[in-house]
Design a protein around this ligand. Sequence first.
Ligand SMILES: [Zn+2]
Ligand SMILES: [Zn+2]
Length: 311
Amino acid sequence: MRKVCALCGRETDILIEGLCPDCYRKTHPLARVKRDVVGIVRCPSCGAILYRGRWVRDPKVIEKLILESIEYMGRVTNASIETLSLRHGLNTAVVKVRGSVHELISDYDEEVQVKVRYSEELCPRCRDMINERERAVVQIRSIIPMSGQLRRLIIDIVRKETIKDERSGFLRVEDVGEGFDIKLSDQGLARTIAYKIHKAVPSKVTESQSVVRGRGDKVVTKLSISVILVPLTRGSVIIYSNRPYYVLSYSQGTFKLMELGNREVINVKLGDIIKGNVAVPSYEARCIENQGLKALEIVIGSDRYVLNDMC
Ligand SMILES: [Zn+2]
Ligand SMILES: [Zn+2]
């Protein structure tokens, strides 16, 4: 009697539940992923991996975590990770599973894709060690949301100053959303970094010391440096004291601003900008021709301003 597969219609020697081996395999996967995403958390300092609530200093647990997320639906003789990259965020691991889903089908390979979310976090041991050594923190904050370019500039300065003279006082940078906390064991390096940033971006720097522990000669202090950035340059459009302004220049702690409404130019100290309410409106700026002259047109919502000779 001829055996025909119910799915693909091919003639076949072996029929399993009405299907040829190929179709049976297709409809009966050998393995499936139990969890949507496998989380891998690694300590950037010592390389330990978080495994079932414990930090394990054995890189093999990465493989374990991934393979444990796979459920086998047949007889499996081998499973191994084919490709895996661990970049921050979502990655895909390809796992090769060898075996068979039915005794009438000989062993074959099947690929399973496992989504892996990779992140880094200090393990408690390293965190304690770093906290023990922490002698300075540089807190970088901005009065307006930081652009990607500004963030890169800050990180570049930290990197450059840390590499210079192979100083080992740098511990880590924490991204705190509205800015960065730079933790160091070297107070001198903290000052250098703070003032390099201060030179690169209009900002206000304040220092404070606090006693961490000890007394008399054995006192251990911690230096906190606050750097408040006012990242405005010529061409920035801001709302200051509820009025729209065009930033003309910055020098020696003072911004020159032109009020868009009446073209009046005023000088405002950096400290006053920090104290006042500054916001960046959503606006459009473009060069136009105005009575035969080049002019800058700035549109904020329904308000339109034309600045002659500014383009
Ligand atoms: Zn078939
Ligand atoms: Zn660690």
